[in-house]
Unconditional design. Structure first.
Length: 225
């Protein structure tokens, strides 16, 4: 459950989120809108990466400003650029790092890492250097490293932007149809947005529309017709 009450964010003295109030319990939540409209800032508030300047934000029952550390144990954030989150030299080590401190025993960790690498088509690259992967494979690795922790909520900021059509479809289907967790996806891919359960549209820092994704997408497209 996501519950924002009059959340405003000011960065460098500029209002980038303006009094956002919203409650969301849908499984697949799309966030759309023009460049600079505040989508990424909204996503970062949900993960505690950006603190509200005013208002309160609760995610999975946690106050994001005061309980960010506990909340992050349950939330996975996927960045647009996978290089921002790939930390370890090899593919398998990067996935394994996500389970550090999980309290799981070694054989359970081995099994989880192997199963996630297989699920994302990366098993053959397990011992390869992460830098040797293609952009799409890196995005798959970034996702695998987040999802191996089995978060309850996944926040993905434009996860298909860097991908070719095949990989974008593959990741889109994985996120929309296969991911067990709740998903918030910030995207310019309006087809992907339309496949969600609800869409939110931001404009100049304000949440200007939310509802049936096909209808929200259609009205957005009509503005540019
Ligand atoms: N750290 C920062 N300091 C100052 N301004 C910022 C900062 N981060 C973002 N902004 C500004 O806040 C506004 C909203 O940015 P945000 O990244 O949330 O938009 P967005 O809708 O995700 O855009 P895009 O589609 O281009 O990714 C922009 O005008 C941006 O320049």
């Amino acid at each position: 459950m996501i519950d924002l009450e009059s959340v405003s964010v000011e960065l460098d003295g500029r209002l980038v989120l303006d009094e956002v109030t919203v409650q969301l319990d849908q499984h697949r939540i799309a966030v759309i809108g023009a460049n600079g409209s505040g989508k990424s800032t909204f996503a970062r508030v949900l993960d505690g990466l950006v603190a509200p300047t005013r208002g309160t934000a609760r995610v999975l029952g946690f106050d994001v400003a005061r309980e960010a550390k506990r909340m992050r144990a349950e939330v996975g954030f996927v960045f647009t650029n996978p290089d921002a989150q790939i930390l370890m030299p090899t593919v398998a080590e990067d996935v394994r790092l996500s389970l550090k401190g999980s309290g799981l025993d070694r054989s359970t960790i081995d099994a989880r890492v192997a199963s996630v690498l297989a699920a994302y088509g990366l098993a053959a690259h397990a011992d390869a250097p992460a830098y040797s992967l293609s952009g799409g494979q890196k995005q798959l690795l970034a996702l695998a490293s987040v999802l191996v922790r089995e978060p309850k909520l996944v926040i993905a900021d434009e996860p298909t932007t860097l991908l070719d059509l095949g990989n974008a479809r593959r990741i889109g289907t994985l996120l929309i149809e296969e991911l067990p967790a709740q998903l918030v996806v910030v995207t310019h891919d309006l087809e992907l947005a339309a496949r969600c359960d609800i869409a939110l549209r931001f404009h100049e820092g304000r949440l200007v529309e939310l509802g049936d994704p096909a209808a929200v997408v259609e009205r957005y497209q009509r503005e540019f017709a």
